[in-house]
Design a protein. Structure first.
Length: 496
């Protein structure tokens, strides 16, 4: 279990302060909002989660469970043992507990601790009283709406909290058509088709936001000026409400030349196949979906590359794809358009390894003049923006001479204090540094070379970083699976 170190929770100084642990998920951001509100009231509150969610990653601690059931249970028991002495009330969400329910509540009673079950909707909706009888093991039960009280009649109603200080008041819009913002986590479960139909019947603009964390989606609109928002709606509005020709007509108001084709009707990535099946309800064979869900990260990458290759061949032959009903690829310009696909085939400019013009410090992970080999994964927002590495990663770049190296690195390897991780750095095959990571957090390394160094291969250097172990963040999580083999993450890789 690791502490995030960004919650700002003060240490408990008054023994009379109530200590509350919310756990073990952050569904819809409700637990995190409750924790923040309790802190403002002077309560020593914290949120502990099994894993950070993609849309709502906020938490004080994340257990980052790995391995099979036994290993995950061991992680949870260790967390419970650590939390028990520092907690007066355990606030459980979504019908989940830190350890099995049959043991969780007897242990809490034995230790004199109070407990709450907080239900959020789909965890109780449509279930029988017998299926929900476990809730009475806790000292209190909470539901989020008066509609949900029918499933747990003995529960207290506490509507989800909203921190209005996070929102800037906006004056009424002078647009003729009001804008409706709909941000479903699942189109099927959240009734998106009914929202679309209602907006169409009422003559409203609709923007559907998907796949963005809550805070990022909110900032997306707050940072737009009124004119930018009007233009956004003028071009991208009416999501799901119009036919392809209507989208094209909207762009033709701004551009002289417009062309469009159906997109992603056949050759989809593995994630897109599953997204269209799970969120949009598109029919695919069950055994095919089961096959996709069972692929490892490396296998999914190979599948996606194969799909891309096939799509490239379809494009070369100018084969028109069937309408998918979900996506279209549109090109718009004031200059005449060339072939719809592969108009710009020359990609040599993307692959040239050039020397930077700046003679000062150069940041390689933000430079187009550095090549990261396949030992690295795509940049990820941890935060900050960083690259996860496999067991070994290499970076090639061009420079006249090198005097210093700087980089920030971290790891989320579970039980780091026990397992420790050995890291080595080499430049053009010559060892530069060896170190051991034994605590969490970002480590800033600075390497000063004894004297300016020139490359063995002309003016091209190769930096190699190795780690002695890897781990998988969420290999068995069916909702947000991540079975990558990762070791360390680096950012701000600079040289001078």
């Amino acid at each position: 279990m690791k502490e995030a170190g960004r919650s700002g929770r003060p240490p408990r100084t008054d023994p009379r302060t109530l200590r509350v642990t919310h756990c073990p998920v952050n569904i819809a951001g409700v637990p995190w909002a409750n924790v923040q509100a309790l802190r403002r009231k002077g309560v020593d509150a914290r949120l502990v989660v099994f894993e950070r969610g993609r849309l709502h990653p906020d938490a004080d601690w994340s257990l980052d469970r790995t391995g099979g059931l036994a290993r995950r249970q061991l992680t949870q028991w260790r967390a419970f043992a650590r939390l028990l002495p520092r907690t007066d009330v355990f606030h459980f969400y979504f019908g989940l507990t830190l350890v099995p329910k049959s043991l969780q509540f007897p242990l809490l009673r034995l230790a004199g601790r109070r407990s709450v079950f907080h239900f959020l909707g789909s965890d109780i909706r449509g279930k029988s009283p017998d299926e929900l009888a476990y809730g009475r093991r806790a000292g209190a039960q909470i539901v989020g709406s008066y509609d949900a009280i029918r499933w747990v009649p003995e529960a207290e109603v506490v509507p989800p909290g909203l921190d209005l200080t996070a929102y800037r008041p906006a004056p009424p819009s002078d647009t003729a058509r009001p804008l409706v913002l709909h941000a479903p986590s699942s189109r099927a479960r959240k009734g998106t088709e009914h929202v679309v139909a209602a907006c169409r019947d009422l003559g409203l603009d609709l923007d559907v936001v998907e796949g963005l964390p809550h805070e990022e989606a909110r900032r997306r609109y707050e940072e737009m000026s009124p004119e930018e928002l009007r233009q956004f709606i003028a071009i991208d509005g009416h999501v799901g409400l119009e036919e392809e020709q209507e989208h094209a007509a909207r762009f033709q108001r701004f551009f002289q030349h417009v062309a469009w084709e159906p997109r992603y009707a056949l050759c989809l990535s593995s994630d897109e196949f599953l997204k269209q099946a799970d969120r949009y309800g598109l029919p695919f064979e069950d055994d095919f979906l089961e096959y996709l869900r069972g692929l490892s990260f490396a296998e999914r990458r190979a599948f996606d590359m194969a799909m891309g290759y096939v799509f490239g061949k379809i494009s070369d032959l100018n084969v028109r794809l069937p309408r998918s009903g979900l996506y279209m690829f549109l090109k718009a310009s004031n200059a005449p358009l060339g072939p719809f696909y592969n108009e710009h085939r020359d990609r040599r400019g993307l692959l040239q390894l050039e020397k930077p013009k700046d003679d000062g410090e150069v940041c390689l992970d933000r430079s187009p003049h550095a090549i990261f080999d396949d030992g690295w994964y795509e940049p990820d927002d941890l935060p900050p923006i960083a690259r996860w590495m496999k067991t070994r990663g290499r970076v090639r770049f061009r420079a006249e001479k090198l005097r210093t190296f700087r980089l920030d690195l971290t790891t989320h390897l579970p039980d780091l204090d026990l397992r420790k991780m050995k890291i080595t750095l080499a430049l053009d095959g010559a060892p530069l540094l060896a170190c051991t990571l034994f605590r969490y957090g970002w480590l800033e390394l600075e390497l000063r070379l004894p004297e300016p160094t020139t490359a063995k291969n002309g003016d091209t250097f190769e930096l190699e970083i190795t780690a002695d172990q890897t781990w998988q963040p969420r290999p068995n999580d069916q909702t947000s699976r991540d079975d990558r083999q990762i070791s360390i993450a680096i950012c701000n890789l600079r040289y001078s």
